[in-house]
Write a protein that binds this ligand. Structure first.
Ligand SMILES: [Ca+2]
Ligand SMILES: [Ca+2]
Ligand SMILES: [Ca+2]
Length: 210
C-alpha cells in the first residue's frame, strides 16, 4: 500500500473580485513558477513552504489534531517525492528534495485515506488567508483528493473532490520520485479561512486482494 502524499504549501492573501469559494486545479507543477498565485508578496502576504529545511515551519501554518497522525518531512531518499525544482534541477526527479509524508489516518474499506489538517495563525500572519494551495507529488493510481475549508469556529465553509470520490483518476504507477504526474490544487475565498483539510482516498490494495 502506498500512503505517501507529498506536498508543497502556498499561503497567500489575495484580493479577489469574485465571491464564494473557488477550487483550483489539478494543474501540472514542476516549480513555484507553475502556481496560479502572485509571488511578488513572498515573505509578507505570500508564504511558500517547500520543506527543504526539513521542517514544516512556514510562518502562520501548523498541523492540528492528533499529533500521532501528523505528517513528517521525508529527507532526500529513493522514496522522497519533492517538487522537481526544489533540488535545484528540473530533471524529472524529486528524490533529492524534501517532501511531506502524510501518515495513514483512517480507513473506509475498500478505500483508505491519508489526511492532513492545517490551521493558520492569523495573528502571526497579520491577515486572514484567502488563498491556499498544495502540490500532490505522489498518489496511488485511481486515487482522489478531498479538500475542506473551515472558518474560525471550524465550521465547514466548503469542500471539493478532485477526481472521482470512489474511482479517482489521480496518481500513477511510479513511486520513485518522478514528477510528470505532480499536480497543484488550491482554493480561494475572499472571506478568508482559518483551517484546511486535505484527504487523499485510494483503494486499499489489501482489500483488492480478496
Ligand atoms: Ca529535480
Ligand atoms: Ca520540497
Ligand atoms: Ca511524483
Amino acid at each position: 500500500m502506498r500512503s505517501l502524499l507529498a506536498l508543497l504549501l502556498l499561503l497567500a492573501s489575495a484580493s479577489l473580485a469574485h465571491a464564494g469559494t473557488v477550487f483550483l486545479g489539478p494543474s501540472p507543477y514542476l516549480s513555484a513558477a507553475d502556481g496560479p498565485f502572485d509571488l511578488s508578496g513572498l515573505g509578507s502576504t505570500f508564504f511558500l513552504e517547500d520543506f527543504e529545511d526539513g521542517e514544516l515551519n512556514t510562518l502562520g501554518i501548523e498541523q492540528y489534531g492528533n499529533p500521532a497522525n501528523f505528517a513528517i518531512v521525508r529527507p532526500p531518499s529513493t522514496l522522497t517525492d519533492s517538487v522537481d525544482a526544489d533540488d535545484g534541477l528540473l530533471d524529472g526527479s524529486g528524490r533529492d528534495g524534501n517532501s511531506l509524508q502524510v501518515t495513514l489516518a483512517a480507513t473506509f474499506p475498500p478505500l483508505t485515506a491519508d489526511s492532513l489538517s492545517l490551521e493558520f495563525d492569523v495573528t502571526a500572519l497579520g491577515f486572514i488567508p484567502t488563498a491556499f494551495g498544495f502540490v500532490c507529488t505522489d498518489g496511488t493510481p485511481g486515487s482522489s483528493i478531498r479538500m475542506t475549508v473551515f472558518d474560525e469556529s471550524r465550521n465547514l465553509v466548503a469542500s471539493h473532490y478532485f477526481g472521482d470520490p470512489l474511482f479517482g483518476d489521480l496518481g500513477d504507477q511510479r513511486f520513485d520520485g518522478t514528477t510528470a504526474e505532480d499536480r497543484f490544487f488550491g482554493v480561494v475565498n475572499p472571506d478568508g479561512f482559518y483551517a484546511v483539510g486535505i484527504t487523499s482516498y485510494f483503494v486499499d490494495e489489501r482489500q483488492e486482494a480478496f
